[in-house]
Design a binder for this molecule. Structure first.
Ligand code: PLP
Length: 321
Protein backbone atom coordinates (compact mmCIF):
# COMPACT_ATOMS: atom_id res chain seq x y z
CA UNK A 1 0.00 0.00 0.00
CA UNK A 2 1.07 3.60 -0.57
CA UNK A 3 1.94 6.27 1.98
CA UNK A 4 0.07 6.30 5.31
CA UNK A 5 -2.76 8.79 5.78
CA UNK A 6 -1.54 11.58 8.10
CA UNK A 7 -4.32 14.07 8.86
CA UNK A 8 -2.17 16.30 11.08
CA UNK A 9 -2.43 20.04 10.55
CA UNK A 10 0.91 20.77 12.27
CA UNK A 11 4.11 18.83 12.99
CA UNK A 12 6.55 19.44 15.87
CA UNK A 13 9.67 21.47 15.13
CA UNK A 14 12.94 19.60 15.02
CA UNK A 15 15.65 21.02 17.27
CA UNK A 16 13.64 24.23 17.62
CA UNK A 17 13.25 24.73 13.84
CA UNK A 18 10.46 23.86 11.36
CA UNK A 19 11.26 20.58 9.60
CA UNK A 20 10.18 19.38 6.12
CA UNK A 21 6.55 19.50 7.34
CA UNK A 22 5.38 22.14 9.82
CA UNK A 23 1.95 23.51 8.78
CA UNK A 24 -0.48 21.74 6.46
CA UNK A 25 -1.17 24.70 4.15
CA UNK A 26 2.45 24.56 2.97
CA UNK A 27 2.91 20.80 2.55
CA UNK A 28 1.89 17.55 4.17
CA UNK A 29 3.41 14.06 3.95
CA UNK A 30 0.38 12.35 2.36
CA UNK A 31 0.26 15.06 -0.32
CA UNK A 32 4.02 14.95 -0.90
CA UNK A 33 3.93 11.17 -1.42
CA UNK A 34 1.10 11.54 -3.94
CA UNK A 35 2.94 14.38 -5.72
CA UNK A 36 6.05 12.22 -6.00
CA UNK A 37 4.04 9.55 -7.82
CA UNK A 38 2.24 12.10 -10.04
CA UNK A 39 5.53 13.79 -10.95
CA UNK A 40 7.06 10.46 -11.97
CA UNK A 41 4.08 9.70 -14.23
CA UNK A 42 4.33 13.00 -16.15
CA UNK A 43 8.10 13.41 -15.93
CA UNK A 44 8.15 16.64 -13.91
CA UNK A 45 7.41 18.38 -10.62
CA UNK A 46 3.83 17.80 -9.47
CA UNK A 47 1.58 19.76 -7.12
CA UNK A 48 -1.82 18.62 -5.87
CA UNK A 49 -4.90 20.88 -5.47
CA UNK A 50 -8.40 20.40 -4.06
CA UNK A 51 -9.90 20.41 -7.60
CA UNK A 52 -8.93 20.62 -11.25
CA UNK A 53 -10.26 24.18 -11.28
CA UNK A 54 -8.13 24.98 -8.21
CA UNK A 55 -5.12 23.93 -10.28
CA UNK A 56 -6.21 26.10 -13.24
CA UNK A 57 -6.91 29.09 -10.99
CA UNK A 58 -3.47 28.77 -9.42
CA UNK A 59 -1.85 28.67 -12.88
CA UNK A 60 -3.70 31.80 -14.05
CA UNK A 61 -3.03 33.78 -10.85
CA UNK A 62 0.66 32.86 -11.08
CA UNK A 63 1.35 33.13 -14.81
CA UNK A 64 -1.00 35.79 -16.26
CA UNK A 65 -0.43 39.51 -15.77
CA UNK A 66 -3.44 41.89 -15.68
CA UNK A 67 -4.43 42.80 -19.24
CA UNK A 68 -2.96 39.54 -20.56
CA UNK A 69 -4.72 37.32 -23.08
CA UNK A 70 -5.36 33.61 -22.61
CA UNK A 71 -5.66 31.71 -25.90
CA UNK A 72 -7.99 28.83 -25.09
CA UNK A 73 -8.56 25.75 -27.24
CA UNK A 74 -12.02 25.76 -28.86
CA UNK A 75 -14.18 22.93 -27.59
CA UNK A 76 -12.14 22.52 -24.39
CA UNK A 77 -13.84 21.94 -21.02
CA UNK A 78 -16.47 24.70 -20.87
CA UNK A 79 -15.63 25.48 -17.22
CA UNK A 80 -12.27 26.88 -18.32
CA UNK A 81 -14.00 29.51 -20.44
CA UNK A 82 -16.46 30.33 -17.66
CA UNK A 83 -13.61 30.73 -15.15
CA UNK A 84 -11.53 32.93 -17.48
CA UNK A 85 -14.57 35.14 -18.18
CA UNK A 86 -15.19 35.36 -14.43
CA UNK A 87 -11.63 36.62 -13.98
CA UNK A 88 -12.18 39.48 -16.48
CA UNK A 89 -12.46 42.07 -13.66
CA UNK A 90 -8.89 41.09 -12.66
CA UNK A 91 -7.69 41.82 -16.19
CA UNK A 92 -7.92 38.40 -17.86
CA UNK A 93 -8.89 38.42 -21.55
CA UNK A 94 -9.73 35.25 -23.43
CA UNK A 95 -9.77 34.31 -27.11
CA UNK A 96 -10.62 30.85 -28.41
CA UNK A 97 -8.67 29.26 -31.27
CA UNK A 98 -8.44 26.02 -33.21
CA UNK A 99 -5.84 24.06 -31.23
CA UNK A 100 -5.03 21.79 -34.19
CA UNK A 101 -3.11 24.78 -35.61
CA UNK A 102 -0.81 27.48 -34.18
CA UNK A 103 -2.04 29.78 -31.36
CA UNK A 104 -2.83 33.46 -32.11
CA UNK A 105 0.15 35.82 -32.09
CA UNK A 106 -1.28 38.03 -29.30
CA UNK A 107 -1.54 35.20 -26.73
CA UNK A 108 0.17 35.71 -23.35
CA UNK A 109 -0.82 32.27 -22.04
CA UNK A 110 -1.78 29.32 -24.23
CA UNK A 111 -4.27 26.83 -22.82
CA UNK A 112 -4.63 23.54 -24.70
CA UNK A 113 -6.58 20.39 -23.90
CA UNK A 114 -5.55 16.86 -24.91
CA UNK A 115 -8.02 15.76 -26.10
CA UNK A 116 -10.56 18.60 -25.75
CA UNK A 117 -13.63 17.70 -23.72
CA UNK A 118 -16.11 17.15 -25.37
CA UNK A 119 -15.08 17.80 -28.99
CA UNK A 120 -12.04 15.51 -28.62
CA UNK A 121 -9.66 17.38 -30.92
CA UNK A 122 -5.96 16.97 -30.18
CA UNK A 123 -3.68 20.03 -29.86
CA UNK A 124 -0.65 20.70 -32.03
CA UNK A 125 1.74 20.78 -29.07
CA UNK A 126 4.79 21.44 -31.25
CA UNK A 127 3.18 24.48 -32.93
CA UNK A 128 2.23 25.87 -29.52
CA UNK A 129 5.75 25.31 -28.18
CA UNK A 130 7.25 27.59 -30.85
CA UNK A 131 5.06 30.50 -29.58
CA UNK A 132 6.85 32.74 -27.04
CA UNK A 133 3.97 32.49 -24.50
CA UNK A 134 3.95 29.75 -21.84
CA UNK A 135 1.92 26.67 -22.81
CA UNK A 136 -0.50 24.94 -20.44
CA UNK A 137 -2.02 21.59 -21.45
CA UNK A 138 -4.98 20.03 -19.68
CA UNK A 139 -4.30 16.31 -20.26
CA UNK A 140 -7.09 14.97 -18.03
CA UNK A 141 -8.52 12.69 -20.74
CA UNK A 142 -5.20 11.60 -22.26
CA UNK A 143 -3.64 10.74 -18.87
CA UNK A 144 0.17 10.65 -18.50
CA UNK A 145 0.07 7.03 -19.68
CA UNK A 146 -0.92 8.12 -23.19
CA UNK A 147 0.63 11.59 -23.46
CA UNK A 148 3.40 13.40 -21.58
CA UNK A 149 3.00 16.98 -22.82
CA UNK A 150 6.16 18.17 -21.00
CA UNK A 151 8.12 16.11 -23.56
CA UNK A 152 6.54 18.22 -26.34
CA UNK A 153 7.51 21.65 -25.06
CA UNK A 154 4.53 22.24 -22.73
CA UNK A 155 5.34 24.27 -19.61
CA UNK A 156 2.55 23.10 -17.30
CA UNK A 157 0.39 19.97 -17.49
CA UNK A 158 -2.96 20.19 -15.70
CA UNK A 159 -5.16 17.26 -14.68
CA UNK A 160 -8.54 17.04 -13.07
CA UNK A 161 -7.58 14.10 -10.84
CA UNK A 162 -11.29 13.84 -10.01
CA UNK A 163 -11.50 11.88 -13.26
CA UNK A 164 -9.50 8.79 -14.24
CA UNK A 165 -6.43 9.41 -12.05
CA UNK A 166 -8.50 8.84 -8.89
CA UNK A 167 -11.04 6.91 -10.93
CA UNK A 168 -13.88 6.10 -8.53
CA UNK A 169 -16.05 9.27 -8.42
CA UNK A 170 -15.39 9.72 -4.72
CA UNK A 171 -12.88 12.58 -4.64
CA UNK A 172 -12.36 16.07 -6.12
CA UNK A 173 -8.73 16.89 -6.94
CA UNK A 174 -6.41 18.63 -9.39
CA UNK A 175 -2.77 18.49 -10.41
CA UNK A 176 -0.12 20.67 -12.07
CA UNK A 177 3.15 19.25 -13.35
CA UNK A 178 6.02 21.43 -14.57
CA UNK A 179 9.44 20.76 -16.09
CA UNK A 180 10.94 23.81 -14.43
CA UNK A 181 11.42 23.52 -10.64
CA UNK A 182 11.37 27.33 -10.32
CA UNK A 183 7.91 27.46 -11.93
CA UNK A 184 6.79 24.71 -9.56
CA UNK A 185 7.97 26.91 -6.67
CA UNK A 186 6.01 29.93 -7.99
CA UNK A 187 2.85 27.81 -8.28
CA UNK A 188 3.50 26.41 -4.81
CA UNK A 189 3.76 29.94 -3.38
CA UNK A 190 0.35 30.90 -4.84
CA UNK A 191 -1.11 27.65 -3.59
CA UNK A 192 0.24 28.18 -0.10
CA UNK A 193 -0.68 31.88 0.18
CA UNK A 194 -4.19 31.38 -1.26
CA UNK A 195 -4.72 28.11 0.62
CA UNK A 196 -5.69 26.13 -2.51
CA UNK A 197 -4.52 22.97 -0.78
CA UNK A 198 -5.80 19.40 -1.11
CA UNK A 199 -6.48 17.57 2.15
CA UNK A 200 -4.55 14.47 3.22
CA UNK A 201 -7.69 12.38 2.57
CA UNK A 202 -7.87 13.71 -0.98
CA UNK A 203 -4.18 12.98 -1.55
CA UNK A 204 -4.53 9.48 -0.15
CA UNK A 205 -7.47 8.65 -2.44
CA UNK A 206 -5.72 10.02 -5.54
CA UNK A 207 -2.57 8.08 -4.68
CA UNK A 208 -4.56 4.88 -4.20
CA UNK A 209 -6.24 5.43 -7.58
CA UNK A 210 -2.86 5.65 -9.30
CA UNK A 211 -2.09 2.08 -8.27
CA UNK A 212 -4.79 0.74 -10.63
CA UNK A 213 -4.64 3.48 -13.29
CA UNK A 214 -2.87 1.41 -15.92
CA UNK A 215 -5.27 -1.55 -15.60
CA UNK A 216 -8.40 0.60 -15.50
CA UNK A 217 -7.31 2.72 -18.46
CA UNK A 218 -6.40 -0.30 -20.59
CA UNK A 219 -9.80 -1.92 -20.09
CA UNK A 220 -11.84 1.28 -20.36
CA UNK A 221 -9.95 2.19 -23.54
CA UNK A 222 -10.37 -1.26 -25.12
CA UNK A 223 -14.13 -1.12 -24.52
CA UNK A 224 -14.36 2.50 -25.69
CA UNK A 225 -12.66 1.76 -29.01
CA UNK A 226 -15.15 -1.06 -29.74
CA UNK A 227 -18.15 1.07 -28.73
CA UNK A 228 -16.90 3.97 -30.88
CA UNK A 229 -16.68 1.67 -33.91
CA UNK A 230 -20.17 0.28 -33.37
CA UNK A 231 -21.66 3.73 -32.75
CA UNK A 232 -20.18 4.92 -36.06
CA UNK A 233 -22.10 2.14 -37.84
CA UNK A 234 -25.41 2.81 -36.05
CA UNK A 235 -28.12 4.48 -38.19
CA UNK A 236 -29.34 6.75 -35.34
CA UNK A 237 -25.86 8.23 -34.85
CA UNK A 238 -24.77 11.06 -37.15
CA UNK A 239 -21.24 11.75 -35.85
CA UNK A 240 -18.77 9.92 -33.60
CA UNK A 241 -15.76 11.62 -32.07
CA UNK A 242 -13.14 9.31 -30.57
CA UNK A 243 -9.45 10.23 -30.59
CA UNK A 244 -8.34 6.59 -30.98
CA UNK A 245 -7.28 6.19 -27.36
CA UNK A 246 -8.59 6.63 -23.81
CA UNK A 247 -12.11 6.24 -22.45
CA UNK A 248 -14.17 9.17 -23.74
CA UNK A 249 -16.51 9.24 -26.76
CA UNK A 250 -18.76 12.06 -27.98
CA UNK A 251 -21.46 11.11 -30.46
CA UNK A 252 -24.38 12.97 -31.99
CA UNK A 253 -27.98 11.91 -32.43
CA UNK A 254 -30.43 13.97 -34.49
CA UNK A 255 -31.22 16.73 -32.00
CA UNK A 256 -31.78 17.65 -28.34
CA UNK A 257 -35.04 15.69 -28.17
CA UNK A 258 -33.34 12.53 -29.40
CA UNK A 259 -30.48 13.02 -26.93
CA UNK A 260 -32.98 13.42 -24.06
CA UNK A 261 -34.66 10.15 -25.06
CA UNK A 262 -31.29 8.36 -24.92
CA UNK A 263 -30.61 9.85 -21.47
CA UNK A 264 -33.94 8.59 -20.14
CA UNK A 265 -33.65 5.14 -21.77
CA UNK A 266 -30.23 3.98 -20.54
CA UNK A 267 -30.31 1.47 -17.70
CA UNK A 268 -26.75 0.25 -16.96
CA UNK A 269 -24.86 3.40 -17.90
CA UNK A 270 -25.54 6.20 -15.42
CA UNK A 271 -27.16 9.38 -16.69
CA UNK A 272 -24.76 11.62 -14.80
CA UNK A 273 -22.05 14.18 -15.37
CA UNK A 274 -18.27 13.69 -15.09
CA UNK A 275 -15.96 11.17 -16.70
CA UNK A 276 -13.13 8.72 -16.12
CA UNK A 277 -14.76 6.72 -13.31
CA UNK A 278 -15.14 2.95 -13.07
CA UNK A 279 -18.89 3.25 -13.78
CA UNK A 280 -19.89 4.38 -17.26
CA UNK A 281 -21.68 7.71 -17.55
CA UNK A 282 -23.51 9.46 -20.33
CA UNK A 283 -25.10 12.87 -20.69
CA UNK A 284 -26.29 15.34 -23.30
CA UNK A 285 -23.87 18.23 -22.96
CA UNK A 286 -25.96 21.00 -24.56
CA UNK A 287 -27.69 21.76 -21.24
CA UNK A 288 -24.32 22.91 -19.85
CA UNK A 289 -22.45 24.18 -22.87
CA UNK A 290 -25.15 25.80 -25.02
CA UNK A 291 -24.52 26.50 -28.67
CA UNK A 292 -20.77 25.91 -28.63
CA UNK A 293 -21.66 22.24 -29.29
CA UNK A 294 -24.38 20.45 -31.33
CA UNK A 295 -27.76 20.03 -29.59
CA UNK A 296 -27.68 16.23 -30.06
CA UNK A 297 -24.16 15.71 -28.66
CA UNK A 298 -23.94 12.94 -26.06
CA UNK A 299 -20.75 12.39 -24.06
CA UNK A 300 -20.09 8.81 -23.05
CA UNK A 301 -17.42 8.00 -20.47
CA UNK A 302 -16.71 4.28 -20.65
CA UNK A 303 -16.12 2.48 -17.36
CA UNK A 304 -15.17 -1.03 -16.33
CA UNK A 305 -18.45 -2.84 -17.01
CA UNK A 306 -18.61 -5.73 -19.47
CA UNK A 307 -18.33 -4.51 -23.08
CA UNK A 308 -21.39 -6.40 -24.36
CA UNK A 309 -23.51 -5.24 -21.41
CA UNK A 310 -22.66 -1.64 -22.26
CA UNK A 311 -23.31 -2.07 -25.97
CA UNK A 312 -26.68 -3.74 -25.30
CA UNK A 313 -27.61 -0.75 -23.11
CA UNK A 314 -26.56 1.78 -25.77
CA UNK A 315 -28.39 -0.16 -28.49
CA UNK A 316 -31.67 -0.37 -26.62
CA UNK A 317 -31.44 3.35 -25.77
CA UNK A 318 -30.73 4.29 -29.40
CA UNK A 319 -33.77 2.26 -30.43
CA UNK A 320 -35.89 4.93 -28.63
CA UNK A 321 -34.53 7.74 -30.82
N1 PLP B 1 -10.48 19.66 -17.05
C1 PLP B 1 -11.33 18.81 -17.67
C2 PLP B 1 -10.96 18.23 -18.99
C3 PLP B 1 -12.55 18.47 -17.06
O1 PLP B 1 -13.40 17.64 -17.68
C4 PLP B 1 -12.87 19.04 -15.80
C5 PLP B 1 -14.14 18.75 -15.11
O2 PLP B 1 -15.07 18.19 -15.66
C6 PLP B 1 -11.97 19.92 -15.22
C7 PLP B 1 -10.77 20.19 -15.85
C8 PLP B 1 -12.26 20.54 -13.88
O3 PLP B 1 -11.90 19.63 -12.89
P1 PLP B 1 -12.59 19.58 -11.41
O4 PLP B 1 -14.03 19.25 -11.61
O5 PLP B 1 -11.77 18.52 -10.74
O6 PLP B 1 -12.40 20.94 -10.79
Amino acid sequence: MGAPLDRSATWPYEDGEPGRFSYVRADHPTGAACEEALGALDGGHALLYPSGMGAVTTVVLTMLRPGGTIALAEGAYYGHRVLFDHLAPWGANVVEFDQTGPPPANADLIFLEAPANPLLTMPDLEAAATHPAPVICDATVATPLRLRPLEHGTDVVVHSATKILAGHDDVLAGVTVTRDPELRDRLHLTRRLAGIVASADTAWLVHRGLETLETRLARQEATASVLAERLAAHPAVTTVRYPGFSFLIAFDVADGEAAARVERAIRVIENATSLGGVRSKLEARHRWEGDRIPTGLIRLSVGLEEQETLWADVEQALAQV
